[in-house]
Ligand binder design. Structure first.
Ligand SMILES: [Fe+2]
Ligand SMILES: [Fe+2]
Length: 185
């Protein structure tokens, strides 16, 4: 059993988890969705809502992992988010997701594996798998901005995986039943 207080990697998993909770992409994307609706991009707004729903699930999985690893969830003030234009918001979202996919989660996963912190490995893996999809979907939305074709979004309530069609049987990321998928409207 991992001894959180004496974790060999200094302040792991506290530091990665606190950094994740502070990033709060859930809140950011929810605000970007409102902005997209206001600017007349309902399809992009729907994508931001889907990603926000996924990030909310990641947040809960990360919190559960903190508790499982014997850590404490600190209280803090969230940084204020001021949305820019939808094109800018999409660019910022792509930058954020790309950083998470290529740099942040790989580093966190390395630390979690060194620590054999199973709960952290699981929640980081769920998150990074979904972030890859978010980066792709955001890039598409930016490329097609103003003429975004209608699309549906489905979010796995277990792992936050975000898809444009329901999986045939199981979630491709966490293997939960397709019944765990919720359509975002
Ligand atoms: Fe994401
Ligand atoms: Fe899943």
């Amino acid at each position: 059993m991992l001894d959180f207080a004496r974790s060999p990697a200094v302040d792991f998993p506290a530091r990665p988890f606190q950094a994740l909770l502070r990033r709060d992409t859930r809140n950011r994307y929810a605000l970007f969705a409102k902005k997209a609706d206001g600017e007349g991009f309902p399809q992009v707004a729907k994508l931001f809502r889907a990603a926000a729903a996924a990030e909310a699930i990641h947040r809960e999985t990360h919190k559960a992992a903190i508790v499982e690893l014997g850590g404490r969830i600190e209280n803090f003030q969230l940084a204020e988010v001021v949305p820019a234009s939808t094109a800018e918001n999409l660019r910022a979202a792509i930058k954020g997701e790309t950083y998470e996919r290529d740099t942040m989660y790989p580093e966190f996963l390395k630390a979690a594996k060194a620590d054999e912190a199973t709960a952290a490995i699981r929640s980081f893996t769920f998150a990074v798998t979904a972030e890859k999809e978010h980066a792709k979907l955001y890039q598409q939305a930016l490329d097609q901005l103003g003429k975004n074709p209608p699309a549906d979004y489905f979010v796995c309530q277990v792992c936050g995986m975000t898809l444009t069609a329901l999986p045939a049987k199981r979630c491709p990321s966490c293997r939960a039943s397709r019944d765990e998928y919720k359509q975002i409207t």
